[in-house]
Ligand binder design. Structure first.
Ligand SMILES: [Zn+2]
Length: 150
């Protein structure tokens, strides 16, 4: 059990979250994820895990929740997990296992986020997905697309 370390590592939560979502058709509200983690790990929390952290947007929360967010970030980076807002709350989605409804929502959200790239020819800021510069017509070299879901 994860008791020797002063803090439970994000990687530990990551494995737990993957299993948890598998048992729930790939989707759970984030509050339920936190609840499940607290139920399972709560009695192993060290003072380091319980330490209260000030959040950027105000308020406080225990360190372990930060580590759970790290776990989510690991999954998002790998294209395994996504956070989706639905009916006024956040849901954690395991893309491989969730229904299309959730996967589409996750993809839509990703598209909406407007990443930009700079045109090397005229320095105009273009959308990351643009093949040509809107301003001068410079053709961006093709970027190999990452596969999200098998
Ligand atoms: Zn340009």
């Amino acid at each position: 059990m994860p008791n020797r370390k002063p803090e439970i590592a994000p990687a530990e939560y990551y494995d737990f979250i993957i299993d948890l979502l598998s048992c729930n058709d790939g989707v759970l509200p984030m509050t339920k994820v936190f609840d499940a983690i607290e139920r399972f790990y709560g009695r192993h929390f060290s003072s380091a895990d319980k330490r209260m952290m000030t959040m950027r947007q105000g308020g406080e929360r225990p360190k372990w929740k930060n580590n759970v967010d790290w776990a989510k970030a690991i999954g998002a980076k790998q294209g395994v997990l996504a956070t989706v807002t639905h009916k006024g709350q956040k849901w954690l989605v395991r893309l491989e296992e969730a229904d299309d409804f959730w996967v589409k929502k996750a993809q839509k959200k990703k598209k909406k986020r407007s990443f930009k790239k700079k045109c090397p020819n005229c320095n105009f800021w273009c959308k990351l997905g643009d093949k040509k510069c809107e301003s001068c017509g410079f053709e961006f070299p093709p970027v190999p697309e990452k596969r999200l879901i098998d």
